[in-house]
Design a protein around this ligand. Structure first.
Ligand SMILES: [Fe+2]
Length: 398
C-alpha cells in the first residue's frame, strides 16, 4: 500500500468495554471536575429503564446532573439547540449521552457548540471547529453506530431534509462505554439494523479509498465478529457472549471508519434518513448489498478478504468468484436477520433525483472506492427498490 504523508489516528481518551462498566462512570466524572453534568437521552430509554440504570449510578455517587430526554431518531438542528439551551442554562460542564448514535451525536453537537459558539451548519464538513468540545461520556446502548468512539456526528437539516456529516476530532469522547448489559433489552429488529450498520462501517472502511493497516485490522475482525454473533444476538437478546461480541465489533468498526472513511452506502443512507426518517441502521442494511455490487469491480481482492472474514470458503475460488461470495454472504445475513426491502419503507421513486444529488454531495461518499455519477446512484436506488418488490412477490408465491 502506498501511503503519502503522516496519518493521524483518532480514538476516545478512555474506553470501557464489558459488563457493569457503568459503575465506573463516577470516577471518570470526578476527574473532569464539572459542577453539573447534562444527561442526554431519549424518552424510550427512560421508559424501559435503561437510562435509569445509569442515572441510579449518578445518584448513588452524589453527582449533580440535569436530564434532557428530548432526543429523537435522526436528530434535527432543533433538538440540538434545545439540548444546548439546557446545557448553558444549567451551567453544565460535561455531558453524559445515554443511547445509540442519536443521543451521542446530539451530545457531540452540544459539545462543539458550547465550546466554539456559532451555528451547527458552520461545522458541516471536515475539521471545522477550532477548540476541543466540552467533555462527553458516551454510554452506548446499541451495538451499531460506533458514535461513542468516532470523530464524526450527523445532524439532520430539517429545512433541506438532508443530513449534515461533521468529521471533527474535537468531538471525540472523553470516555466511550460499551456495556452489553444495557443492550439486553434491545428488540430484535433494532439489534439487526444496528448490527448491520456496524458491518457496513467495517466493510466500507475496508474497501474505501484511504484505508491503512490499522483500519484494515480493525475492520476485518469486526466483520468476523458480526458474522459470528449477530444472528445469535437477534434470536436471543440475552445471550451475553453474542452481545459482548457485538460490543467489540461495533467499537472496532467505529474506530476503523473513523480513521479511514465510509462510502456510498452511508452517502445514500444519510439521505434516506434525512428525507423519510428511516432509521440509520436500517437504511444502511437495505442499501449495502447493491452498493457492494456497484463497487465490486474496483475492490475484488478486498471483497474476497471480506468473504473470508465472514467465514466463506474461498481457497479454491478465483478472486472474482470470491468477491461475489462476500456479497452473497451479506445478502444472506441481511435476510436471516429480517431486514425489510426498500419498498416497505416510505421511499418513493419520485424523489430519486434529489436523493441521488444529495448522496453524491455527502461527505461519506467522498471516500468511496470509485467516484459515482448521478446516474449510477439513481440506478442503484432503482435496482434496490425493484429487486425488493420482486423478492416480495417471489416470497408471497412461496
Ligand atoms: Fe453508520
Amino acid at each position: 500500500m502506498e501511503q503519502i504523508g503522516t496519518v493521524e489516528l483518532y480514538q476516545p481518551r478512555h474506553t470501557l468495554i464489558g459488563r457493569d462498566g457503568i459503575l465506573k462512570i463516577p470516577q471518570f466524572l470526578r476527574s473532569l471536575n464539572a459542577n453539573k453534568v447534562l444527561v442526554i437521552t431519549d424518552k424510550g430509554l427512560v421508559k424501559i429503564g435503561t437510562a435509569g440504570k445509569v442515572i441510579a449510578v449518578l445518584d448513588e455517587a452524589g453527582i449533580n446532573y440535569v436530564v434532557f430526554d428530548g432526543v429523537e431518531p435522526n436528530p434535527t438542528t432543533r433538538i440540538v439547540y434545545q439540548a444546548l439551551e439546557f446545557f448553558t442554562k444549567n451551567g453544565c460542564g460535561a455531558l453524559i449521552a445515554i443511547g445509540g448514535g442519536s443521543s451521542i451525536d446530539v451530545a457531540k453537537a452540544v459539545s462543539i457548540l458550547s465550546a466554539n459558539g456559532g451555528k451547527i451548519e458552520d461545522y458541516n464538513g471536515v475539521n471545522k471547529s477550532a477548540k476541543s468540545g466540552s467533555p462527553i461520556i458516551a454510554v452506548n446502548t446499541t451495538a451499531g453506530t460506533g458514535s461513542e468512539c468516532t470523530a464524526a456526528y450527523v445532524v439532520t437539516d430539517e429545512k433541506a431534509k438532508s443530513k449534515m456529516l461533521m468529521v471533527d476530532p474535537n468531538c471525540l469522547t472523553y470516555l466511550a462505554l460499551d456495556d452489553p448489559m444495557l443492550m439486553v433489552g434491545m428488540p430484535p429488529s433494532l439489534t439487526a439494523a444496528t448490527g448491520i450498520d456496524a458491518l457496513t462501517h467495517a466493510i466500507e472502511a475496508y474497501i474505501c479509498s484511504v484505508p491503512t493497516p490499522y483500519t484494515d485490522a480493525l475492520a476485518l475482525e469486526a466483520i468476523r465478529l458480526v458474522s459470528k454473533s449477530l444472528r445469535t444476538a437477534v434470536r436471543d437478546g440475552s445471550n451475553m457472549e453474542a452481545r459482548t461480541d457485538m460490543c467489540w465489533a461495533e467499537y472496532m468498526a467505529g474506530l476503523s471508519f473513523s480513521n479511514a472513511g465510509l462510502g456510498l452506502v452511508h452517502g445514500i443512507a444519510h439521505q434516506l434518513g434525512g428525507f423519510y426518517n428511516i432509521p440509520h441502521g436500517l437504511a444502511n442494511a437495505i442499501m449495502l448489498p447493491r452498493v457492494l455490487e456497484y463497487n465490486r469491480p474496483y475492490c475484488m481482492g478486498r471483497l474476497a478478504s471480506v468473504a473470508q472474514a465472514m467465514g466463506e470458503k474461498i481457497d479454491s475460488l478465483s478472486v472474482d468468484a470470491a468477491s461475489r461470495k462476500a456479497i452473497e454472504a451479506v445478502r444472506k445475513l441481511c435476510t436471516d436477520v429480517k431486514i425489510p426491502p426498500l419498498c416497505e419503507t416510505k421511499f418513493s421513486m419520485n424523489d430519486i433525483d434529489v436523493l441521488a444529488e444529495h448522496a453524491l454531495a455527502d461527505t461519506a461518499t467522498l471516500t468511496n472506492i470509485v467516484r459515482p455519477t448521478l446516474d449510477d446512484v439513481k440506478t442503484i436506488l432503482a435496482k434496490t427498490y425493484f429487486e425488493g418488490i420482486i423478492m416480495k412477490k417471489v416470497n408471497a408465491n412461496g
